[in-house]
Design a protein around this ligand. Structure first.
Ligand code: FAD
Length: 125
């Protein structure tokens, strides 16, 4: 396998991480319980602490202070995710993404699984 440069690896990690984060937000409950809200908020803060690119993690933590995770509904959470990704895009000189298209873009192929994720969240698994 050819050796990939650090920038290439960092970019791949970024793409995979954004994909997972946006997909989680697109599947977050429309009407979350207090526990579900707490679970999402904790996940995002922990993600910002364990993200393996140090420069990215420290910048993301600063962004979270300015724009705390919005967990009141699926729309609020996914729009927040789009907005915060756009903040990173702007910093890196990338194109700003149109947040109106977020719901169609982040399908997970798990539409038959409605309720399962919510049950797992409720059970604290
Ligand atoms: P990406 O930004 O990875 O986006 C992937 C795809 O998501 C795009 O092709 C587009 O289809 C879609 N997309 C774009 N914008 C949005 C949006 N606003 N909402 C929803 N979908 C969107 N790299 C650095 O060099 N320095 C950093 O400080 C840095 N911080 C990061 C912090 C975090 C939390 C993460 C997850 C990544 C960070 N990265 C950072 C990586 C960087 O954001 C990109 O992932 C990487 O540069 C690859 O960029 P890309 O152009 O392929 O698209």
């Amino acid at each position: 396998m050819p050796h990939l440069g650090n920038e290439t690896i960092k970019a791949e990690l970024g793409r995979a991480s954004w994909k997972l984060l946006h997909t989680i937000l697109a599947r977050y409950p429309e009407k979350p319980t207090a526990e579900e809200r707490e679970a999402l908020s904790s996940y995002i803060y922990l993600f910002s602490r364990v993200y393996p690119c140090g420069e990215c993690a420290s910048h993301f933590q600063k962004l979270l202070k300015k724009f705390p995770p919005q967990t009141s509904s699926r729309v609020a959470a996914s729009q927040w995710g789009c907005h915060i990704h756009n903040q990173v895009n702007a910093r890196l000189g990338k194109k700003i993404f149109d947040c109106n298209t977020i719901a169609e873009k982040y399908q997970c192929g798990c539409e038959d699984d409605v309720g399962a994720a919510e049950t797992r969240l409720n059970e604290g698994v």
